[in-house]
Design a protein around this ligand. Structure first.
Ligand code: SF4
Length: 297
């Protein structure tokens, strides 16, 4: 499915010009234009580089092609149609494009204790999510529960940049390093490198601008069903029940460590930095470690 802002156009340009300026063809502009009528012989560019096809009704330097461009961008950049199929604009990856997100606005989704749990995502026991596109592509990130625990992230280092691996990154928050490893091996095709410059987006917008990895199924030629990738992960109502249980479990953990009454409410955003280093490391290993498993569903 293409991005709704993706546009098709027919453009023309002059091959004799040093600067390739593409002009969108419209029926009005085509009528009586220089390049596609005998008038091209009066064109200064043609006269300076004449060709020997004088009888040709089209200027020999005239070129046209089908292109696509982003209707949401301030400056139009034309991409030849046959070069764009792999671009994110032509598959569901457009949902993670900054321009698209800026114009589409935030969509509402179910929440548990103020933590968003988007319906369409699959959740792993270490609080990472997976969004399968319809064309075998995936996006991966951290869920809203982990985002709340972290509060502000100081640094992100990607451990996996490409290849068939379990996507991994180190997140630094509250003086603690968390090594987040997605539990399934996938073909990593990209990382959200913009997070290195703006790590705050990871927790401010964990389901859109804060995505971490882009991936594809291993061996897409004989691609296995989606269930192979999503098996053992939770979604929808089951995911919401699990998050509710995790909120309770983590709040209890924090109250115990900080010697607070058991009814001290739900843990606060950025709780990690209020714990001693020892307790913070214990919390990370218990909830977000590589070997985290379902404690309740
Ligand atoms: S650049 Fe972004 S908004 Fe523009 S067409 Fe591509 S995905 Fe859509």
């Amino acid at each position: 499915m293409d991005c709704p802002f993706l546009r098709d156009a027919h453009v023309k340009y002059c091959r004799s010009s040093a600067l390739r300026k593409m002009i969108v063809q419209t029926p009005e502009a085509a009528a009586g234009e220089l390049c596609t009528s005998g008038l091209y012989r009066d064109c200064g560019a043609y006269r300076s580089t004449p060709q020997n096809k004088e009888g040709d009704p089209l200027c020999p330097w005239y070129q046209q092609m089908e292109v696509q461009y982003c209707g949401a961008a301030a400056v139009r950049k034309f991409v030849p149609y046959n070069e764009s199929p792999l671009s994110r604009c032509r598959n569901e990856g457009y949902r993670y494009c900054e321009l698209y997100m800026g114009l589409a606005g935030a969509s509402s989704c179910p929440a548990v204790e103020g933590i968003r749990v988007p319906e369409q995502l699959y959740y792993a026991p270490n609080h990472m999510w997976l969004d399968p596109g319809s064309e075998g592509d995936f996006h991966i990130g951290i869920d809203g529960f982990l985002a709340r625990v972290l509060g502000a992230v100081e640094r992100i280092s990607f451990l996996t940049l490409s290849g068939v691996k379990r996507p991994a990154a180190v997140l630094t928050a509250g003086g603690v390093d968390l090594t987040m490893v997605f539990p399934k091996a996938l073909l990593v095709t990209g990382t959200n490198i913009y997070l290195r410059a703006s790590p705050a987006k990871l927790t401010a917008d964990p389901f859109t601008a804060g995505w971490l990895f882009q991936a594809a199924q291993v061996n897409t030629v004989h691609s296995r069903p989606l269930e192979h990738v999503t098996s053992g992960m939770l979604r929808g109502e089951a995911a919401r029940r699990w998050i509710a249980g995790e909120v309770e479990r983590l709040s209890r953990f924090v109250h115990d460590r900080m010697d607070m009454p058991a009814d001290g409410g739900v843990f606060a955003s950025g709780v990690l930095e209020h714990l001693s280093s020892e307790d913070a490391l214990m919390l990370v290993s218990e909830f977000f470690g590589v070997d985290a498993h379902w404690k309740h569903k």
